[in-house]
Design a protein around this ligand. Structure first.
Ligand code: CTP
Ligand code: MG
Length: 226
C-alpha cells in the first residue's frame, strides 16, 4: 500500500533566527524544504506529498517548490501539533491508508528509512523512526552533575513517524488542546494508548534547530568548503 507524506513546514524557526523561517533558507544552493520533498516524490511507495505552511510565507513556499508535483499546500496552526492535525484533516478526501508525518527541518531523510517505516506499518499501526542514545546522560542538580541516567533503552525520536491514517487522526482529535505535553506524533499516539513500534533511523537525519545545525548541514553537503 502506498502512503501520503505530510510535511510540516508552518513553524517560524525562532531558534535558528534570521529574517525568514529556516525551511526556506538556501542550503548548498537549494531551499531546505525542497530536500525532503524530492526524497518523498522520488520514492516508489509514496503516492502524494502535501506540505503544511504558514500563509504568511506562501510566496516563499511557491519559490521553494517550483516545478515539484505536490498536492496543494494547506495552512498550519500555532503549534506543531495543530499543524499536523490540520494537515491530517485536509487528507480526509483522499482517505489514505498510511501517512508519513515529517519535519521540513530534516533535509537528510533517506529512502531506506522510508522503506523501513512502511515495512513496519504492514504489521503495526504506528512506527517511530528513532536512534539509540549513545552519550552518557546526566540529570543536572543546579550547575552540578547530579546523577547519571541509565541510557539503556533510551532513544531519540526523529521523523518520519508513520501511522495508519484513521488511527493517528483519531489520536490527534483525542488529545486536542494538550499541545504542551507532546512534541511529536508518536507522543500523541502513545497518549491515545496506541503501541508505537521503533524503527531504526539514521544519525544524518537530524533536525535543523540551531545555527550550528545549519552549519553542520552545509558541511555535509559541501565538504570542500569547510
Ligand atoms: N512546525 C509547524 N507548525 C508549527 C510549529 C512547527 O509546522 N506551528 C514545523 C516546523 O516548520 C518544523 C517542524 O514542525 O518543520 C519541527 O519544529 P521545530 O524544529 O520546532 O521548528 P520551528 O517551530 O519552526 O522552530 P523553533 O521552535 O525554533 O521556532
Ligand atoms: Mg518549534
Amino acid at each position: 500500500t502506498k502512503a501520503i507524506a505530510l510535511v510540516v513546514a508552518a513553524g517560524s524557526g525562532l531558534r535558528v533566527g534570521g529574517e525568514i523561517p529556516k525551511q526556506f533558507l538556501t542550503l548548498a544552493g537549494k531551499p531546505l524544504l525542497r530536500y525532503c520533498l524530492e526524497t518523498f516524490l522520488s520514492h516508489p511507495r509514496v503516492a502524494g506529498v502535501r506540505v503544511v505552511i504558514n500563509p504568511t510565507y506562501q510566496a516563499l513556499y511557491e519559490t521553494a517548490t517550483t516545478g515539484l508535483d505536490l498536492l496543494p499546500p494547506v495552512h498550519g496552526g500555532q503549534t506543531r501539533q495543530e499543524s499536523v492535525r490540520l494537515g491530517l484533516e485536509s487528507l480526509a478526501d483522499l482517505s489514505p491508508h498510511l501517512v508519513l508525518i515529517h519535519d521540513a527541518a530534516r533535509p537528510f531523510l533517506d529512502a531506506a528509512t522510508i522503506d523501513r517505516t512502511l515495512d513496519t506499518l504492514a504489521t503495526h499501526p504506528a512506527a517511530l523512526v528513532a536512534v539509540p542514545v549513545v552519550d552518557t546522560l546526566k540529570r543536572a542538580a543546579g550547575s552540578f552533575s547530579g546523577l547519571t541516567v541509565d541510557r539503556n533503552g533510551l532513544w531519540r525520536a526523529q521523523t518520519p513517524q508513520g501511522f495508519h491514517y484513521n488511527t493517528i487522526l483519531s489520536a490527534h482529535h483525542a488529545v486536542m488542546g494538550r499541545d504542551a505535553e507532546m512534541t511529536d506524533d508518536a507522543g500523541v499516539a502513545e497518549a491515545a494508548g496506541i503501541d508505537v513500534a521503533l524503527v531504526l533511523g539514521h544519525e544524518d537525519n537530524f533536525k535543523i534547530t540551531t545555527p550550528a545545525d545549519l552549519a553542520r548541514a552545509e558541511r555535509m553537503l559541501n565538504p570542500k568548503m569547510s
